[in-house]
Ligand binder design. Sequence first.
Ligand SMILES: C[S@@+](CC[C@H](N)C(=O)[O-])C[C@H]1O[C@@H](n2cnc3c(N)ncnc32)[C@H](O)[C@@H]1O
Length: 371
Amino acid sequence: MAEHLTVGRVAELAGVSVRTLHHDDEIGLVRPSARTAAGYRAYLADDIERLREVLAYRRLGFGLREIADLVDDPAADAIGHLRRLRGLLLEQRDRAAAMVTAIDQELEARAMGIRTTPEDQLRVFGAQLYEVIGSAYPATRRTEPRIAERIWAALGDARTVLNVGAGTGSYEPPDRDVTAVEPSAVMRAQRPAGAAPCVAASAESLPFEDRSFDAAMAVSTVHHWPDPVAGLREMRRVARRVVVFTYDASSPGWQDRFWLTRDYLPEFAELLSGRPALADLTRAIGGRAEPVPVPWDCTDGFFEAHWRRPEAYLDEQVRRAVSVWTRVGPSAELRAVENLRADLASGRWAERNRDLLDLDAAELGLRLLTA
Ligand SMILES: C[S@@+](CC[C@H](N)C(=O)[O-])C[C@H]1O[C@@H](n2cnc3c(N)ncnc32)[C@H](O)[C@@H]1O
């Protein structure tokens, strides 16, 4: 028999009880595939590898059902699992670091006798998304020149421009005097050397006097703001002109506009439920909305960017730079990706989406709001 480890030895090495290992065996999560001469359970190298994955996912807080789906994922080999685990662990580390920072800030405030608001106390559990996922952003997110052209044209002759929710600096016009606003320290830290100066603040409370800028712009960010209407009013207050690149999740049947949401990730709709309609956003700045088609070879890897290149969504790196995938959770993500992988292999995706293959650009609900 190949080299094996007894259940007692495995329990000792992994720091779990023999009872836990027996239970994992009974429910089919980790089945030792050999027996010793005396008939006891014995673990071979592959069993140990699977156990390591199960223990790691368990430590990350996944439930039994989710762990079973993850370790049985036919598309992930040992290297795939290690990469996925590494990504999840880095996310957990960044989330913990963000919580430590928030707790330190609250301790400091209390020491100074300042009472924190309910919003301050809860922010650490909610709006820290980019502290957690931000480090994956620059790999696939960058200025798409054809969209930038539209945004820069809409800025007109503005000389001073405020970029709100600026992230790593995409779409900042190189020929104007730009000031950036970005609440996430992780995103601010990734702005390239020589990028416009960046202020740590949020859209809902811009630390500038009325009419301080010729124009204010916000790109792919409004859907993250806790109060989009308040943020847009702030932009209107501090600038004479406002340009916003956002998404219309209110026109009838919008969920069916994009095959990824329609056929694989219906959970996307839940993320946007209760958010203001496009008409409310437009009203907040007193402007109008125009469609922005997404080119088939869009270079900014946002959620819809790969509509004619479906294989891209199988790539973990592409998904990690788009918050939707983190927000729907690992079970929905895994299901969507595996169903897409199967449909690509069987030709079902191509059959259903034949019409797209001749298009150079698609109308997927992206809008430019100008005022
Ligand atoms: C998808 S990124 C877009 C970044 C950049 N505008 C771009 O086009 O690459 C969304 C950004 O919005 C920021 N954000 C989240 N909440 C915000 C708020 N309340 N006010 C301003 N920015 C916010 C996030 O930290 C993140 O950097």
